[in-house]
Write a protein that binds this ligand. Structure first.
Ligand code: CDP
Length: 786
């Protein structure tokens, strides 16, 4: 068996500092770019004067939006398409729409001169009223952010709904109990260790463009570059080398990338651009920013009957959200969670504001995180209203194993699950009854201890292709397996590791299917010249989609090998069976050939049946019939000091089910990371703005990342419910813990504060927010900016 805690193959280079990241790429004659960004959030540009910057002795070129219009014949890429089919200014020409927006690009012989020369560019602005508060975006008279769009008179981007409104209203009208709560899932940021960057090398002789960039989706990026620049796609190569994390931040194409390409075309020399931390936080892709109104209906004895949600989605100045075209609010309709209810209805309205664009799936399968947070907070509030224990209320309402496949009231079909088993295991690991007893004793002593529960279901692994695409590119992925004569194999995949260990787990998949050692399988990714086309890695798609393609390609190799083995053993194919890592003669298992032996024969002069070509290579494109649905039960124990507002996360118990685990050690690493994310989001971080649209979280001194000081060593449990449609029964895990954990932390803190009557506070529950919640003060003002 090749599934197991194999040490990560990629760590041999990564832990020795021998990885190659984009900023490590240095080419002869390479120039360096820097982006001039807007200091104001909303203003008309009346003039841009680049003369002084151009006169800087180290500067080779300065590009403004107008220059982009003439760089490549017949192309104006001062505007570019976003992943949601909107258009975004590459370099602003008419007005700036958020603080940090790109205005000009300086290309110099070294990075420092490029940055220095930014200060020599003079831009005149005519200030405009700023729209920061999304709840005001649809007010009559609100400043119109996107007056560049024909006929646009307001800030509405889309209105989308799912579920049966009439049926849901009827359930609510007849219910004994209805609990309602407004909540904000604040703007957060993936903030990977490595910021975004590119080296663009346009060769004026061959017409080839080679790009090294931080990309989670190199093939999709290549297609988009071809469409924008007009450079033929077969002349573009995108290489995404080692990535220092991505978490959704490296899915979009950023203006800096196109400026570097234009700069390389313009100068005939390679151009590197690497953003700094503040640029990454202020102008790169944000996540979440959902203003949610949720309602839950139940019977007095604790039966959950219905859910309703109304959401206002702040998408910033350009709709750059990364999600399938048909689903402008991603998979938010999974907000019915893990519960058996009669009806549900949700509606989401997207609006423009004067903030950075984004809406990326930050460790999340397209808005599932927001949905899980909403339902899990509502269930806790319901428990409080009914005077029930929140874990018991969940247990009484969870879907039962015999209900799968389960068609949710909003149109998703969950593939498999044993939810009660997972929650029971989490409660056992936590010692739930003892914890509640301890809590009661502490309350007697005036201490505030919280026990927060959350249960989540995710939908990961988008397509199928007929329902899911980005910019018309269907969400399917591919694998290409080459088997050399000596039985060593190379697997090319269209997904892209950012630190998740694909070079190990994908080798394990192939090794398992072919009876090889994982060390005999090399995995190639992140190079469009060496890998098959596919949509890349985000929304935990890799194992669910590309991992399936790898298993199918390996099975195709095995099928070809069977034909060769039959010829080698001079038996009929039907006499062979695959057992113990080889093709064996039925009833005479000693007569056998393994893949190494078969590969050599397949490349030899062995006579094969007519029409059989020899060699074993195979490829597969996997179009998933459905999402896979991992799930989990989390319990978080906190101690809260209501005087200082300090929250200490004492314990975190997480039971995850991602189907068959290829590498449990890597899976646990993913969960550790996601739980830390959850603590950060719940307690420490948000991208906030003042009333003028100044970003107040432009550094890691303001946008706090959790460390081992804030996050305890988690206690993990596992259940295994294979996905029935996935070739190896695997589901995703990459983002589960980020999806499930914020609700557990917030439920825990509010459980601790329940004796003080605190029923809700918006994340992040910083000491100041907790303290104000205890005082009964309103909390929204420092987040909404209005
Ligand atoms: O798309 P992404 O890689 O971010 O997420 P994923 O497919 O859920 O995988 C995260 C890591 O966990 C990869 O290295 C997977 O191969 C591994 N994994 C696993 O070993 N077993 C599973 N059932 C799911 C993921």
């Amino acid at each position: 068996m090749n599934y197991g805690p194999l040490p990560r193959k990629e760590d041999a280079r990564l832990v020795r500092g021998k990885g190659t990241f984009v900023d490590d790429i240095t080419l002869p004659g390479m120039l360096h770019g820097a982006v001039l960004r807007s200091p104001v959030a909303h203003a008309r540009i009346t003039s841009i004067d680049t003369a002084a910057a151009l006169a800087h002795p180290q500067v080779e070129a300065v590009l403004t939006g107008r220059d982009l219009a003439g760089t490549l014949p017949g192309r104006d890429f001062s505007w570019m398409p976003t992943l949601s089919g909107d258009v975004q200014a590459v370099l602003a020409t008419d007005k700036v729409r958020f603080q940090g927006q790109e205005i000009a690009f300086v290309i110099a012989r070294d990075r420092y001169s490029a940055r220095d020369a930014l200060e020599l560019i003079a831009v005149e602005y005519e200030p405009l009223p700023v729209l920061v508060d999304a709840t005001r975006a649809l007010d009559p008279g609100a400043p119109v952010v996107r007056d560049d769009l024909d006929g646009r008179t307001d800030n509405r981007i889309f209105h989308w709904s799912a579920g049966d409104k009439a049926a849901t209203d009827a359930v609510f009208a007849a219910a004994d109990v209805v609990v309602t709560q407004d909540m904000l899932y604040p703007r957060s940021h993936p903030s990977p260790l490595e910021t975004c960057g590119i080296v663009a090398d346009a060769d004026p002789v061959s017409g080839r463009l080679t790009i090294w960039s931080t990309s989670q989706a190199p093939h999709a990026h290549r297609t988009v570059y071809a469409l924008i620049t007009g450079i033929p796609e077969h002349k573009i190569r995108v290489v995404s080398p080692d990535l220092g994390g991505g978490f959704g931040n490296k899915v979009p194409i950023y203006p800096g990338y196109l400026c570097a390409i234009a700069g390389s075309v313009r100068t005939g020399r390679p151009v590197k651009w690497t953003e700094d931390r503040s640029e990454n936080l202020m102008a790169g892709s944000f996540a979440r920013d959902y203003h949610m109104h949720g309602e839950i209906a139940a019977s007095r004895d604790g039966r959950i009957l219905g859910l309703r949600a109304r959401v206002l989605a702040d998408h910033g100045a350009f709709n750059g959200a990364a999600q399938p075209s048909k689903y402008p609010a991603g998979f938010f309709h999974i907000f019915t969670g893990s519960y058996d209810l009669r009806a549900a209805h949700c509606e989401v309205t997207g609006v423009y504001t004067n903030k950075a664009p984004g809406g990326v799936a930050y460790s999340c399968s397209f808005r599932v995180t927001e949905a899980v947070y909403l339902v899990e907070r509502l269930v806790d509030l319901l428990a409080r209203e009914l005077g029930m224990d929140p874990a018991q209320l969940r247990m009484a309402n969870l879907l039962q194993p015999d209900q799968f496949p389960y068609a949710s009231p909003t149109g998703l079909v969950y593939d498999s699950g044993d939810y009660p088993q997972a929650l029971r295991l989490a409660m056992d690991l936590a010692g739930y009854a003892d914890l509640r007893a301890e809590q009661a004793a502490r309350r007697e002593r005036g201490q505030y201890m919280g026990i927060g529960v959350s249960f989540f279901t995710e939908g990961v692994g988008a397509g199928p292709r007929e329902h899911m695409d980005i910019l018309g590119l269907a969400m399917a992925d591919a694998a290409e397996l080459r088997v050399h004569p000596t039985g060593k194999a190379v697997l090319g995949v269209s997904c892209q590791t950012q630190g998740q260990g694909h070079e190990t787990t994908f080798a394990q998949i192939v090794a398992e299917e072919l009876g090889l050692d994982p060390d005999d399988v090399d995995v190639v990714h992140g190079d469009t010249d060496r890998t098959p086309f596919g949509l890349g890695t985000y929304g935990s798609r890799s194992t669910a989609v590309c991992g399936a393609a790898a298993a199918i390609a390996a099975r195709r190799v095995r099928d070809r090998a069977k034909i060769v083995a039959a010829a080698m053993l001079e038996v009929a194919e039907s006499d062979l069976e695959w057992a113990d890592r080889a093709w064996r003669v039925r009833g005479d298992p000693e007569q056998a050939r393994n893949i190494g032996e078969i590969a050599m024969a397949a490349h030899s002069g062995l006579r094969l049946p007519d029409g059989i070509e020899g060699q074993l290579d195979a490829r597969a494109v996997y179009n998933p019939p459905n999402l896979t649905f991992p799930f989990g039960a989390y319990i978080c124990v906190t101690d809260v000091d209501p005087v200082t507002g300090q929250v200490v996360v004492r314990r975190f118990i997480a039971v995850d089910d991602c189907g068959v685990r290829i590498n449990p050690m890597i899976v646990e690493g993913q969960i550790h990371r996601g739980l830390a994310d959850g603590v950060g989001i719940a307690l420490m971080q948000a991208i906030t703005f003042d009333h003028q649209g100044n970003c107040l979280a432009g550094s890691l001194m303001d946008y706090l990342l959790p460390t081992s000081a804030e996050v305890p060593s988690p206690e993990l449990g596992t259940t295994v419910t294979p996905s029935p449609h996935h070739p190896i029964g695997a589901k995703g895990i990459g983002e589960s813990a980020t999806v499930g954990s914020p609700a557990a932390v917030v439920n825990s803190v509010l459980d601790a504060l329940a004796p003080l009557g605190v029923r809700h506070a918006d994340m992040p529950l910083t000491p100041a927010v907790v303290w104000r919640a205890v005082q009964g003060q309103p909390l929204r003002t420092d987040l909404a900016g209005g």
